[in-house]
Design a protein around this ligand. Sequence first.
Ligand code: FE2
Length: 204
Amino acid sequence: MVHLPTTNTKIDFLGLDHIALNCSDMKRTVAFYNGLLGMPILHTLEYTAKDDNGDEVPVGQHFFFGVGGENHNAHLAFFYWKNGYHPEAGNMSPAPRPTGVYPRATKPGVVMHINLRVAQERIPEYCKLLGDAGIEYRHTTRYGDPWREVTTHNGYAPPTEGCLMDSVYFDDPDGLHLEFNAWLPLWDSWTNEDEPWADPRTTG
Ligand SMILES: [Fe+2]
């Protein structure tokens, strides 16, 4: 009989940090998870992108719904995208993305990605573990005011001053998107002040 290991000698996971999901109306999602189920909104974010005229316009929102427990950052991460969604689930869907749909706007109602919390100082080592196994990954650090992201493909770029989050993204063999993430201390001061957007096709 094979005895599979019951401890992890490779990666020191610090718990399930968040599950990322898309919703089709943030106002409705807030009414359900915050209003009905009482989950606190830990933080909020808004995303912009350039429109056809080159103007930076609002395109999406990201609300963090706290789920309690020992990790005070543990949450459901809901995203809402104004310009619609990819028609299929999965990070490597063969169907083309409809015109205007934001790249991260995958189908609502299914998992977008699963995040496992790790210690920030060990992320370079975990990147190497993935790279040595031939798994493609992207390393992203995020900064606030204004919000910006720095992404490196198949390599680790150390965070610079003002970093809020340090993340690595990759796929499992079925294309399920995974993230290892650490929140830097500055993150705790991020606000939760955005108004949830309604969608005219649902709550209007
Ligand atoms: Fe995430």
